[in-house]
Every structure is written in C-alpha cells, then in structure tokens.
Design a protein around this ligand. Structure first.
Ligand SMILES: C[S@@+](CC[C@H](N)C(=O)[O-])C[C@H]1O[C@@H](n2cnc3c(N)ncnc32)[C@H](O)[C@@H]1O
Length: 197
C-alpha cells in the first residue's frame, strides 16, 4: 500500500530543530556529502532560492570568506550575514545578473520548480525550460572547472537535458537524495567540472 503523504515528516522536523527555512536543505546536504561540490571560500549562485534553506546550508559551508547569492521570483527574508544576498527576480531576466555584482561563480545550485499544473508532461516541459536557462547562466557565470546542481522533473526532454549538460561538464550524474519525497519524481542532475571558460 502506498504510504500517505506526510508534509511533517522527519526532514520537516529536523529542519525546524536545526533552524533551516525548509526541508530542502537536506537534499542539498546529501548531494554535498556525496559529491563535495562546494568548498570554504566559494562563490555560489542559488537559482530558485526562496525561502532560503539551500542558501543557509551553503552559507555554513562557504563560511565568511565565501559569497552566497540567491535569486527567486518570491522575496527571501534577508540574511544577517553580509556575504549572503538574496534578490527578487526572474532567472530569465538578463538584468538580474548585472544587479548581483558578482560575475563568476564556483558553483551554481538550482532547486527551481515551476508552478505546477498537475499535468506531468506540462510540468516536465516547464522544468526543462528552467534547466535550459540554468545551463545558459552557467555558460556565462560559472568558472571553468565549476559545478552545477539542478533539479529536474524527468519527461520527454530529459535525455536532451542530460545531453546539453554533458556538452558543458566533464562528468554528469543523476542523484535522488533521501529527503526527496517518495511520491515525487524529482531528480537532481549534478554537472562536475565545467569544460570551457
Ligand atoms: C522548491 S522552491 C526552492 C526551495 C529552496 N531551494 C530552499 O531550499 O529554500 C522552488 C523555487 O523556484 C522559484 N522559481 C520558479 N521559477 C522561477 C523563475 N523563473 N525565476 C526565479 N525563481 C523561480 C519559485 O518561486 C520557488 O520559490
């Protein structure tokens, strides 16, 4: 029998106990534990960052010498640390990248999720478009040798997303963290070592 959806599961409780704004932090935490993509002092751009739990985790990893910039359509409650900045905006809007004041990043993370319709093929298509844009942003704003993490909802364009990611990164791996709900189809695509500057 399929387990009932429990919004207040163990990761929800853990997030509350450990001061994270959302349980999503544990998805990135599992990715970091497996792939070690982010280091102290890194500059990290987080796309689709609200309410900010990825940013909180990244802030803890990069420390005071790093930089964490988040962008989301929704406003994000400001952080106390001056090296963590959140911007309200659309990742498709070119102007937003001028505003953030950092040109090149070591790592780009994306937990972008489209407003879902419930129609799997439509939602997967929208997620693909978001990830195409993540890869465009990575082309310009990710340093050579940098890494990307992006959330995907596999659909008919999934193999195209993997192909596009492989064009830009030396190694490409799919990963489903334990914190992804069993009812969800989401998978994270990890691109390691960007090939070109
Ligand atoms: C699952 S939430 C991110 C949770 C976040 N990683 C955290 O840990 O708190 C996905 C976010 O993607 C954002 N989003 C979707 N399309 C976007 C776009 N075109 N530009 C910016 N943000 C977008 C949504 O507003 C939503 O806040």
């Amino acid at each position: 029998m399929k387990k009932a959806y429990n919004p207040q599961d163990k990761y929800f409780q853990k997030a509350k106990d450990e001061g994270y704004r959302a349980r999503s932090a544990y998805k990135l935490d599992a990715i970091q534990k497996k792939f070690h993509l982010i280091s102290a002092g890194d500059r990290v751009l987080d796309l689709g960052a609200a309410p900010g739990s990825f940013m909180q985790l990244v802030g803890r990893i990069v420390g005071d010498s790093g930089i964490v910039i988040g962008i989301d359509l929704q406003s994000i409650k400001p952080f106390r640390k001056s090296n963590m900045k959140a911007y309200e905006g659309d990742i498709f809007d070119e102007n937003i990248y001028e505003k953030i004041g950092v040109f090149e990043f070591d790592v780009i993370t994306s937990d972008l999720a489209p407003a879902t319709t419930g129609i799997k093929s439509v939602d997967a298509g929208k997620s693909f478009q978001l990830n195409e844009q993540v890869l465009e942003v990575a082309k310009i704003h990710l340093k050579k040798g940098g890494h990307v993490v992006m959330k995907a909802f596999p659909g008919e364009n999934h193999s195209e997303l993997i192909r596009l990611t492989k064009k830009q990164f030396k190694t490409v791996k799919p990963f489903v963290p334990d914190a992804v709900r069993k009812s969800s189809r989401e998978v994270y695509i990890v691109g390691i070592n960007k090939l070109l500057a």
